[in-house]
Design a binder for this molecule. Sequence first.
Ligand code: ATP
Ligand code: MG
Length: 392
Amino acid sequence: INSYFRLAQQVLLQLEKKGFQAYIVGGAVRDSILNRKVVDIDIATSALPEEVQSIFSKVIPTGIQHGTVLVRYQNESFEVTTFRTESTYSDSRHPDNVSFVSNLKEDLARRDFTMNAIAMNRSFDLIDPFQGQHDIEYKLIRTVGQAKERFLEDALRMMRAIRFQSQLGFKIEKSAFMAIEQNRQGLSKIAVERIAAEWEKTIKGNYFNEAIKTLFSTRLYQNLPLIGNNKQLIQAIKELHKPIPSFAAFIAYMNISVQEIEVTDWIKEWKLSNQIKKESKKLVQLLSQYPTEALRWVVYQLPYHLIEDFSVLTDLCSRKTISQQEVIKLRKSLSIQSRKELAIDGNDVISFFPERNKGSWIQDLLSQVEHGVVLGKIDNTKIAIREWLKYG
Ligand code: ATP
Ligand code: MG
Protein backbone atom coordinates (compact mmCIF):
# COMPACT_ATOMS: atom_id res chain seq x y z
CA ILE A 1 0.00 0.00 0.00
CA ASN A 2 1.68 3.20 -1.18
CA SER A 3 1.08 6.95 -1.15
CA TYR A 4 -1.40 6.73 -4.02
CA PHE A 5 -3.59 4.46 -1.87
CA ARG A 6 -3.18 6.83 1.10
CA LEU A 7 -4.55 9.64 -1.06
CA ALA A 8 -7.41 7.41 -2.19
CA GLN A 9 -8.19 6.87 1.50
CA GLN A 10 -8.59 10.62 1.87
CA VAL A 11 -10.92 10.77 -1.13
CA LEU A 12 -13.03 8.01 0.44
CA LEU A 13 -13.06 9.93 3.73
CA GLN A 14 -14.29 13.14 2.05
CA LEU A 15 -17.17 11.20 0.51
CA GLU A 16 -18.00 9.41 3.74
CA LYS A 17 -18.01 12.68 5.69
CA LYS A 18 -20.90 13.80 3.49
CA GLY A 19 -22.76 10.60 4.26
CA PHE A 20 -21.93 8.58 1.16
CA GLN A 21 -20.43 5.13 0.82
CA ALA A 22 -17.21 4.87 -1.12
CA TYR A 23 -14.77 2.08 -1.97
CA ILE A 24 -11.72 1.42 -4.07
CA VAL A 25 -12.71 -1.12 -6.74
CA GLY A 26 -11.59 -2.99 -9.85
CA GLY A 27 -8.05 -3.31 -11.16
CA ALA A 28 -6.40 -1.39 -8.32
CA VAL A 29 -7.65 -3.84 -5.70
CA ARG A 30 -6.76 -6.85 -7.85
CA ASP A 31 -3.28 -5.56 -8.60
CA SER A 32 -2.54 -4.64 -4.99
CA ILE A 33 -3.46 -8.21 -3.92
CA LEU A 34 -1.11 -9.47 -6.62
CA ASN A 35 1.63 -7.02 -5.63
CA ARG A 36 1.56 -5.59 -9.11
CA LYS A 37 2.09 -1.94 -9.86
CA VAL A 38 -1.16 0.03 -9.61
CA VAL A 39 -1.45 2.69 -12.29
CA ASP A 40 -4.91 4.03 -11.64
CA ILE A 41 -7.32 3.82 -8.77
CA ASP A 42 -11.04 3.63 -9.45
CA ILE A 43 -13.57 4.49 -6.78
CA ALA A 44 -17.21 3.41 -6.56
CA THR A 45 -19.60 5.49 -4.50
CA SER A 46 -23.25 5.93 -3.58
CA ALA A 47 -22.90 9.65 -4.39
CA LEU A 48 -24.32 10.84 -7.70
CA PRO A 49 -21.95 12.59 -10.14
CA GLU A 50 -23.35 16.04 -9.23
CA GLU A 51 -22.81 15.26 -5.57
CA VAL A 52 -19.21 14.26 -6.24
CA GLN A 53 -18.76 17.51 -8.16
CA SER A 54 -19.99 19.49 -5.18
CA ILE A 55 -17.59 17.79 -2.76
CA PHE A 56 -14.28 18.19 -4.64
CA SER A 57 -12.93 21.39 -6.13
CA LYS A 58 -11.39 19.85 -9.24
CA VAL A 59 -13.72 17.48 -11.02
CA ILE A 60 -13.66 16.71 -14.73
CA PRO A 61 -16.91 15.28 -16.14
CA THR A 62 -15.39 12.51 -18.25
CA GLY A 63 -18.39 10.20 -18.53
CA ILE A 64 -21.39 11.66 -16.73
CA GLN A 65 -23.83 9.50 -18.71
CA HIS A 66 -22.16 6.42 -17.21
CA GLY A 67 -21.98 8.04 -13.79
CA THR A 68 -18.24 8.68 -14.00
CA VAL A 69 -16.26 11.79 -13.13
CA LEU A 70 -12.53 12.29 -12.75
CA VAL A 71 -11.54 13.76 -9.39
CA ARG A 72 -8.18 15.53 -9.20
CA TYR A 73 -6.94 15.36 -5.66
CA GLN A 74 -3.46 16.57 -4.65
CA ASN A 75 -2.14 16.11 -8.16
CA GLU A 76 -3.45 12.58 -8.51
CA SER A 77 -6.47 11.38 -10.49
CA PHE A 78 -9.29 9.16 -9.35
CA GLU A 79 -12.08 7.89 -11.54
CA VAL A 80 -15.16 8.07 -9.36
CA THR A 81 -18.24 6.16 -10.54
CA THR A 82 -21.67 5.99 -8.96
CA PHE A 83 -22.80 2.48 -7.97
CA ARG A 84 -24.71 1.16 -10.92
CA THR A 85 -26.02 -1.86 -12.74
CA GLU A 86 -26.16 -2.37 -16.43
CA SER A 87 -29.51 -3.84 -17.24
CA THR A 88 -30.85 -5.70 -20.27
CA TYR A 89 -28.20 -5.77 -22.92
CA SER A 90 -30.10 -6.47 -26.09
CA ASP A 91 -27.26 -6.20 -28.56
CA SER A 92 -24.14 -7.66 -26.91
CA ARG A 93 -22.72 -4.21 -27.24
CA HIS A 94 -23.65 -1.74 -24.60
CA PRO A 95 -26.09 -1.51 -21.80
CA ASP A 96 -29.49 -0.21 -22.88
CA ASN A 97 -29.55 1.90 -19.81
CA VAL A 98 -27.45 2.53 -16.81
CA SER A 99 -29.33 2.54 -13.58
CA PHE A 100 -27.83 3.71 -10.36
CA VAL A 101 -28.20 1.39 -7.41
CA SER A 102 -27.72 2.01 -3.76
CA ASN A 103 -25.54 -0.85 -2.82
CA LEU A 104 -22.03 -1.95 -3.40
CA LYS A 105 -22.83 -5.60 -3.95
CA GLU A 106 -24.99 -4.86 -7.00
CA ASP A 107 -22.23 -2.69 -8.40
CA LEU A 108 -19.72 -5.50 -7.93
CA ALA A 109 -22.13 -7.97 -9.54
CA ARG A 110 -22.07 -6.11 -12.88
CA ARG A 111 -18.29 -6.47 -13.14
CA ASP A 112 -16.69 -8.93 -15.52
CA PHE A 113 -14.48 -11.26 -13.48
CA THR A 114 -14.37 -12.20 -9.82
CA MET A 115 -10.82 -10.84 -9.46
CA ASN A 116 -12.18 -7.46 -10.68
CA ALA A 117 -15.17 -7.51 -8.36
CA ILE A 118 -13.45 -6.96 -5.02
CA ALA A 119 -13.88 -3.69 -3.12
CA MET A 120 -11.59 -2.14 -0.52
CA ASN A 121 -12.85 0.20 2.19
CA ARG A 122 -11.09 3.11 3.84
CA SER A 123 -9.42 0.76 6.36
CA PHE A 124 -8.13 -1.39 3.49
CA ASP A 125 -10.49 -4.26 4.43
CA LEU A 126 -11.66 -6.27 1.44
CA ILE A 127 -15.31 -6.81 0.53
CA ASP A 128 -15.37 -9.85 -1.68
CA PRO A 129 -18.83 -11.32 -2.26
CA PHE A 130 -17.77 -13.38 -5.30
CA GLN A 131 -14.67 -15.06 -3.86
CA GLY A 132 -12.29 -13.06 -6.02
CA GLN A 133 -9.43 -13.61 -3.58
CA HIS A 134 -9.87 -17.34 -3.87
CA ASP A 135 -9.70 -17.15 -7.66
CA ILE A 136 -6.65 -14.89 -7.52
CA GLU A 137 -4.97 -17.41 -5.25
CA TYR A 138 -5.74 -20.19 -7.72
CA LYS A 139 -4.94 -17.96 -10.69
CA LEU A 140 -8.35 -18.30 -12.27
CA ILE A 141 -10.21 -15.94 -14.54
CA ARG A 142 -13.83 -16.61 -13.63
CA THR A 143 -16.86 -14.58 -14.62
CA VAL A 144 -19.15 -13.10 -12.00
CA GLY A 145 -22.22 -15.29 -12.59
CA GLN A 146 -22.89 -17.50 -15.62
CA ALA A 147 -20.18 -17.07 -18.23
CA LYS A 148 -22.53 -17.58 -21.13
CA GLU A 149 -24.91 -14.85 -19.98
CA ARG A 150 -22.12 -12.44 -19.19
CA PHE A 151 -20.51 -12.88 -22.62
CA LEU A 152 -23.90 -12.48 -24.30
CA GLU A 153 -24.39 -9.24 -22.40
CA ASP A 154 -21.04 -7.86 -23.49
CA ALA A 155 -18.92 -9.83 -25.92
CA LEU A 156 -15.86 -7.68 -25.27
CA ARG A 157 -15.46 -9.59 -22.01
CA MET A 158 -14.18 -12.57 -24.03
CA MET A 159 -11.31 -10.42 -25.29
CA ARG A 160 -10.77 -9.13 -21.78
CA ALA A 161 -10.47 -12.67 -20.46
CA ILE A 162 -7.68 -13.34 -22.94
CA ARG A 163 -6.09 -9.97 -22.23
CA PHE A 164 -5.96 -10.74 -18.50
CA GLN A 165 -4.54 -14.18 -19.22
CA SER A 166 -1.78 -12.50 -21.19
CA GLN A 167 -1.03 -9.96 -18.46
CA LEU A 168 -1.38 -12.17 -15.41
CA GLY A 169 -0.70 -15.70 -16.60
CA PHE A 170 -3.98 -16.92 -15.09
CA LYS A 171 -6.03 -19.74 -16.57
CA ILE A 172 -9.49 -19.11 -17.90
CA GLU A 173 -11.92 -21.17 -15.83
CA LYS A 174 -13.46 -24.04 -17.78
CA SER A 175 -17.05 -22.86 -18.20
CA ALA A 176 -15.81 -19.42 -19.25
CA PHE A 177 -13.46 -21.03 -21.75
CA MET A 178 -16.29 -23.07 -23.23
CA ALA A 179 -18.55 -20.03 -23.32
CA ILE A 180 -15.94 -18.14 -25.36
CA GLU A 181 -15.92 -20.98 -27.86
CA GLN A 182 -19.71 -20.88 -28.05
CA ASN A 183 -20.25 -17.15 -28.16
CA ARG A 184 -17.18 -16.13 -30.12
CA GLN A 185 -19.24 -14.67 -32.94
CA GLY A 186 -20.59 -12.02 -30.60
CA LEU A 187 -17.26 -10.25 -30.88
CA SER A 188 -18.04 -9.16 -34.41
CA LYS A 189 -20.68 -6.77 -33.03
CA ILE A 190 -18.22 -4.97 -30.79
CA ALA A 191 -16.72 -1.61 -31.77
CA VAL A 192 -13.26 -2.15 -33.24
CA GLU A 193 -11.77 0.53 -31.02
CA ARG A 194 -12.71 -1.43 -27.91
CA ILE A 195 -11.24 -4.63 -29.34
CA ALA A 196 -8.08 -2.76 -30.28
CA ALA A 197 -7.64 -1.42 -26.73
CA GLU A 198 -7.76 -4.96 -25.32
CA TRP A 199 -5.58 -6.37 -28.09
CA GLU A 200 -2.91 -3.79 -27.41
CA LYS A 201 -2.74 -4.94 -23.80
CA THR A 202 -2.81 -8.57 -24.92
CA ILE A 203 0.22 -8.36 -27.21
CA LYS A 204 2.26 -6.65 -24.49
CA GLY A 205 1.48 -9.23 -21.80
CA ASN A 206 4.23 -11.37 -20.29
CA TYR A 207 2.11 -14.46 -20.91
CA PHE A 208 1.23 -13.62 -24.49
CA ASN A 209 2.07 -17.18 -25.60
CA GLU A 210 -0.63 -18.62 -23.40
CA ALA A 211 -3.12 -16.00 -24.55
CA ILE A 212 -2.40 -16.91 -28.18
CA LYS A 213 -3.10 -20.54 -27.43
CA THR A 214 -6.50 -19.64 -25.97
CA LEU A 215 -7.24 -17.34 -28.89
CA PHE A 216 -6.81 -20.29 -31.24
CA SER A 217 -8.24 -23.10 -29.17
CA THR A 218 -11.46 -21.12 -28.56
CA ARG A 219 -11.35 -19.86 -32.17
CA LEU A 220 -12.09 -16.36 -30.94
CA TYR A 221 -9.41 -15.20 -33.42
CA GLN A 222 -11.96 -15.79 -36.21
CA ASN A 223 -13.74 -12.64 -35.14
CA LEU A 224 -10.74 -10.34 -35.00
CA PRO A 225 -10.74 -7.68 -37.74
CA LEU A 226 -8.60 -8.55 -40.76
CA ILE A 227 -7.00 -11.56 -39.06
CA GLY A 228 -10.11 -13.72 -38.85
CA ASN A 229 -10.27 -14.93 -42.42
CA ASN A 230 -6.70 -14.68 -43.63
CA LYS A 231 -4.68 -17.90 -43.34
CA GLN A 232 -1.33 -16.19 -43.71
CA LEU A 233 -2.01 -13.64 -41.01
CA ILE A 234 -3.19 -16.40 -38.71
CA GLN A 235 0.02 -18.30 -39.38
CA ALA A 236 2.12 -15.20 -38.65
CA ILE A 237 0.40 -14.75 -35.29
CA LYS A 238 0.96 -18.40 -34.44
CA GLU A 239 4.65 -17.90 -35.05
CA LEU A 240 4.89 -15.03 -32.59
CA HIS A 241 6.78 -16.41 -29.66
CA LYS A 242 7.10 -13.38 -27.41
CA PRO A 243 5.30 -10.23 -26.31
CA ILE A 244 5.42 -7.17 -28.56
CA PRO A 245 5.94 -3.76 -26.97
CA SER A 246 3.47 -1.73 -29.06
CA PHE A 247 0.69 -1.85 -31.60
CA ALA A 248 3.01 -0.20 -34.14
CA ALA A 249 5.56 -2.99 -33.72
CA PHE A 250 2.82 -5.60 -34.05
CA ILE A 251 1.67 -4.13 -37.36
CA ALA A 252 5.25 -3.86 -38.59
CA TYR A 253 5.79 -7.53 -37.74
CA MET A 254 2.58 -8.54 -39.51
CA ASN A 255 3.39 -6.45 -42.58
CA ILE A 256 6.90 -7.87 -42.83
CA SER A 257 5.49 -11.39 -42.48
CA VAL A 258 2.58 -10.92 -44.89
CA GLN A 259 3.39 -8.13 -47.29
CA GLU A 260 0.12 -8.21 -49.25
CA ILE A 261 -1.62 -6.73 -46.23
CA GLU A 262 -0.25 -3.22 -46.02
CA VAL A 263 0.22 -1.00 -43.01
CA THR A 264 -2.64 1.21 -44.20
CA ASP A 265 -4.97 -1.83 -44.33
CA TRP A 266 -4.22 -2.51 -40.68
CA ILE A 267 -4.78 1.11 -39.72
CA LYS A 268 -8.10 1.24 -41.55
CA GLU A 269 -9.51 -2.09 -40.40
CA TRP A 270 -8.48 -1.60 -36.80
CA LYS A 271 -9.28 2.14 -36.78
CA LEU A 272 -5.89 3.13 -35.45
CA SER A 273 -4.26 6.54 -35.29
CA ASN A 274 -1.98 8.29 -37.77
CA GLN A 275 0.72 8.20 -35.14
CA ILE A 276 0.65 4.39 -35.13
CA LYS A 277 0.64 4.40 -38.93
CA LYS A 278 3.75 6.59 -39.05
CA GLU A 279 5.56 4.48 -36.48
CA SER A 280 4.72 1.17 -38.17
CA LYS A 281 5.91 2.45 -41.54
CA LYS A 282 9.14 3.73 -40.04
CA LEU A 283 9.79 0.37 -38.39
CA VAL A 284 9.10 -1.55 -41.60
CA GLN A 285 11.40 0.77 -43.54
CA LEU A 286 14.26 0.42 -41.06
CA LEU A 287 13.86 -3.34 -40.78
CA SER A 288 14.12 -3.57 -44.56
CA GLN A 289 17.57 -1.97 -44.33
CA TYR A 290 18.67 -4.32 -41.58
CA PRO A 291 21.17 -5.90 -41.50
CA THR A 292 22.29 -5.16 -45.10
CA GLU A 293 22.75 -1.39 -44.75
CA ALA A 294 25.39 0.03 -42.44
CA LEU A 295 24.05 -0.43 -38.94
CA ARG A 296 25.12 3.08 -37.98
CA TRP A 297 22.90 4.54 -40.67
CA VAL A 298 19.89 2.45 -39.64
CA VAL A 299 20.30 3.37 -35.99
CA TYR A 300 20.74 7.05 -36.86
CA GLN A 301 17.32 7.10 -38.54
CA LEU A 302 15.63 5.34 -35.64
CA PRO A 303 13.59 7.65 -33.37
CA TYR A 304 14.48 7.19 -29.72
CA HIS A 305 11.03 6.01 -28.65
CA LEU A 306 11.09 3.19 -31.22
CA ILE A 307 14.33 1.60 -30.03
CA GLU A 308 12.61 -1.13 -28.01
CA ASP A 309 10.22 -1.90 -30.87
CA PHE A 310 13.11 -2.09 -33.32
CA SER A 311 15.15 -4.38 -31.12
CA VAL A 312 12.25 -6.79 -30.61
CA LEU A 313 11.59 -6.79 -34.35
CA THR A 314 15.20 -7.66 -35.18
CA ASP A 315 14.65 -10.67 -32.98
CA LEU A 316 11.34 -11.63 -34.64
CA CYS A 317 12.08 -10.75 -38.25
CA SER A 318 15.79 -11.05 -38.92
CA ARG A 319 18.59 -13.48 -38.38
CA LYS A 320 20.53 -11.11 -36.22
CA THR A 321 19.11 -9.72 -33.00
CA ILE A 322 20.35 -6.41 -31.74
CA SER A 323 19.63 -5.52 -28.12
CA GLN A 324 18.26 -2.16 -26.96
CA GLN A 325 21.50 -1.49 -25.10
CA GLU A 326 23.54 -2.09 -28.23
CA VAL A 327 21.33 0.27 -30.21
CA ILE A 328 21.56 2.98 -27.55
CA LYS A 329 25.32 2.60 -27.27
CA LEU A 330 25.84 2.81 -31.01
CA ARG A 331 23.43 5.69 -31.25
CA LYS A 332 25.34 7.67 -28.63
CA SER A 333 28.64 7.01 -30.39
CA LEU A 334 27.48 8.66 -33.61
CA SER A 335 29.17 11.98 -34.37
CA ILE A 336 25.81 13.62 -35.03
CA GLN A 337 22.29 12.81 -33.83
CA SER A 338 20.40 14.70 -36.51
CA ARG A 339 20.98 16.70 -39.68
CA LYS A 340 20.77 19.91 -37.65
CA GLU A 341 24.07 19.00 -36.02
CA LEU A 342 25.94 18.89 -39.32
CA ALA A 343 28.73 21.47 -39.40
CA ILE A 344 27.35 22.84 -42.68
CA ASP A 345 23.97 23.74 -44.12
CA GLY A 346 22.55 24.45 -47.59
CA ASN A 347 24.05 27.95 -47.70
CA ASP A 348 27.51 26.51 -47.11
CA VAL A 349 27.05 24.06 -49.95
CA ILE A 350 26.10 26.94 -52.25
CA SER A 351 29.13 28.93 -51.16
CA PHE A 352 31.43 25.98 -51.93
CA PHE A 353 30.17 25.97 -55.54
CA PRO A 354 29.49 29.62 -56.38
CA GLU A 355 29.43 28.90 -60.10
CA ARG A 356 26.40 26.56 -59.95
CA ASN A 357 22.74 27.52 -60.15
CA LYS A 358 20.46 26.62 -57.27
CA GLY A 359 18.70 23.27 -57.54
CA SER A 360 17.97 19.93 -55.96
CA TRP A 361 21.70 19.06 -56.11
CA ILE A 362 22.08 21.03 -52.87
CA GLN A 363 19.82 18.70 -50.89
CA ASP A 364 21.40 15.69 -52.60
CA LEU A 365 24.88 16.73 -51.54
CA LEU A 366 23.68 17.46 -48.00
CA SER A 367 22.22 13.97 -47.81
CA GLN A 368 25.47 12.46 -49.00
CA VAL A 369 27.40 14.48 -46.44
CA GLU A 370 25.00 13.43 -43.71
CA HIS A 371 25.49 9.75 -44.66
CA GLY A 372 29.26 10.13 -44.78
CA VAL A 373 29.44 11.88 -41.42
CA VAL A 374 27.17 9.33 -39.74
CA LEU A 375 29.31 6.46 -41.07
CA GLY A 376 32.44 8.23 -39.85
CA LYS A 377 33.86 8.68 -43.35
CA ILE A 378 33.87 12.46 -43.07
CA ASP A 379 34.78 14.53 -40.02
CA ASN A 380 31.95 16.81 -38.96
CA THR A 381 33.89 20.06 -39.58
CA LYS A 382 33.38 22.67 -42.26
CA ILE A 383 36.88 22.22 -43.61
CA ALA A 384 36.70 18.43 -43.84
CA ILE A 385 33.28 18.51 -45.46
CA ARG A 386 34.40 21.15 -47.97
CA GLU A 387 37.44 19.07 -48.88
CA TRP A 388 35.28 15.98 -49.34
CA LEU A 389 32.72 17.82 -51.45
CA LYS A 390 35.31 19.47 -53.70
CA TYR A 391 37.84 16.68 -54.08
CA GLY A 392 35.99 13.52 -52.93
P1 ATP B 1 -6.25 -2.23 -16.06
O1 ATP B 1 -5.26 -2.44 -14.98
O2 ATP B 1 -5.75 -2.70 -17.37
O3 ATP B 1 -6.84 -0.85 -16.11
P2 ATP B 1 -8.80 -2.92 -14.99
O4 ATP B 1 -9.27 -4.15 -14.30
O5 ATP B 1 -8.73 -1.66 -14.18
O6 ATP B 1 -7.44 -3.24 -15.67
P3 ATP B 1 -10.51 -1.44 -16.75
O7 ATP B 1 -10.78 -1.68 -18.18
O8 ATP B 1 -9.79 -0.21 -16.35
O9 ATP B 1 -9.75 -2.73 -16.23
O10 ATP B 1 -11.90 -1.51 -16.00
C1 ATP B 1 -12.04 -1.20 -14.62
C2 ATP B 1 -13.02 -2.17 -13.95
O11 ATP B 1 -14.32 -2.02 -14.53
C3 ATP B 1 -12.66 -3.63 -14.12
O12 ATP B 1 -11.79 -4.07 -13.11
C4 ATP B 1 -14.03 -4.29 -14.00
O13 ATP B 1 -14.43 -4.40 -12.66
C5 ATP B 1 -14.96 -3.28 -14.66
N1 ATP B 1 -15.13 -3.53 -16.11
C6 ATP B 1 -14.44 -2.99 -17.13
N2 ATP B 1 -14.88 -3.40 -18.33
C7 ATP B 1 -15.91 -4.22 -18.06
C8 ATP B 1 -16.82 -4.96 -18.87
N3 ATP B 1 -16.73 -4.95 -20.21
N4 ATP B 1 -17.78 -5.68 -18.25
C9 ATP B 1 -17.87 -5.69 -16.90
N5 ATP B 1 -17.05 -5.03 -16.10
C10 ATP B 1 -16.08 -4.29 -16.65
MG1 MG C 1 -8.19 0.34 -14.95
